[in-house]
Design a protein around this ligand. Structure first.
Ligand SMILES: CSC[C@@H](O)[C@@H](O)C(=O)COP(=O)(O)O
Length: 348
């Protein structure tokens, strides 16, 4: 089992507050910030201090537990109404990663069942901790299944950061690399920088280097040339929402990589826990795609790189159609096409 010795937990429940590894500050500064209110949690998700689908979900769950603990209402109905408002506030932070809504739904169910305020406060903390522990376990299993797909010496390309810091621990797409390192199983990782906000350059390169994984950074527009020149064996990415037919929303740029994988005849894998599936959606066409401030494109790390007043279009995610996906690696095993038929055998 991998221990990820040098990597800290990115989200920690501390009873009176939540401690977060500030992913906005990395890699220049490794700092931990303390969230003392639901509003702090909302702001941290919105501003990407915590990001990555599973990490967003479990941080929001801890946010609900925190809000409930701080609630002053003495009437159970008032308490439930106020905590429900906290849940709604957190649900409005980011729209695409379904893990957020999955985790908040679990918290809401616990809230609704509670018979007293003190029981609710205790049960909400318990549930948030359970969501965290389950995510850690799911990611560990994803690492095992994912590693079974690679051979010693393979070169694998990844995009964005689907690592330990984007989950409770281990990561999804990066979990096999952590496991490989632990087992002295040689793999070479190529990380796309991931414009506009550089999760690949800032976070994946940092995380894998911390763990001693062999990682090489490229800019996004180098992917085709690199796949060809460096004989990349496979591409693996995470996911923010997977529809019932296998269509997958992930960080903007993922679709282009899936098309490249098809062109070059290499496998394209998605790694995600069952909490990332949204079986209520028939296809990816209904996945809401977050559009973020154009300043993320016109500025890099605070420096303007485009003319004042230029028009921008800044979708944070794209949808890869299922027919471009070779396999979806879950904690329950690797789902292969026909996805619409096979997903229910792995995800309930
Ligand atoms: C295990 S994290 C999986 C995905 O959430 C990840 O690939 C991704 O797209 C993250 O986007 P972000 O905007 O950084 O939250």
């Amino acid at each position: 089992m991998t221990t990820l010795a040098p990597l800290p937990y990115s989200v920690q429940w501390e009873n009176t507050h939540i401690t977060l590894l500030n992913q906005q500050a990395l890699p220049a500064i490794t700092e931990f910030i303390h969230l003392h209110s639901v509003e702090d949690v909302y702001d941290s998700i919105l501003t990407l201090k915590v990001r990555g689908a599973p990490a967003i979900g479990l941080t929001a769950a801890f946010g609900v537990a925190l809000g409930a603990k701080q609630e002053a209402a003495t009437d159970l109905a008032d308490f439930k109404k106020n905590v429900t408002e906290h849940i709604e506030r957190l649900a409005s932070s980011r729209p695409t990663a379904v893990n957020l809504f999955w985790a908040l739904k679990r918290m809401k169910n616990i809230l609704q069942e509670a018979q007293s305020i003190s029981a609710a406060k205790e049960a909400l903390v318990f549930e948030a901790k359970a969501i965290f522990a389950e995510d850690e376990e799911m990611c560990r299993k994803i690492g095992e299944h994912g590693l079974s797909l690679f051979e010693k010496g393979d070169s694998v390309l990844t995009h964005c950061n689907a690592g330990g810091i984007a989950t409770a621990r281990y990561g999804t797409a990066l979990a096999p690399f952590h496991l490989a390192k632990e087992r002295n199983f040689p793999l070479k990782v190529y990380a796309c920088e991931t414009r506009p906000v550089l999760q690949g350059a800032r976070l994946t390169a940092w995380e894998l280097m911390q763990a001693g994984v062999d990682v090489t950074l490229i800019s996004d527009n180098m992917a085709a040339h690199t796949i060809h020149q460096k004989e990349i064996d496979a591409i693996i990415v995470g996911a923010d929402r997977i529809a019932a037919n296998g269509d997958t929303a992930n960080k903007i740029g993922t679709l282009g990589l899936a098309i490249l994988a098809k062109h070059f005849g290499i496998p394209f894998y998605v790694a995600a826990p069952s909490s990332t599936f949204d079986l209520s959606l028939e296809s990816g066409a209904s996945i809401p795609i977050e559009e973020r401030d154009g300043a993320e494109i016109t500025y890099i790390q605070g420096i303007r790189v485009a003319p004042e007043d230029v028009s921008t279009f800044n979708p944070a995610f794209d949808v890869t159609p299922h027919h471009l996906i070779t396999g979806i690696i879950t904690e329950n095993g690797i789902i292969t096409p026909e996805f619409a038929h096979n997903i229910p055998n792995f995800v309930k």
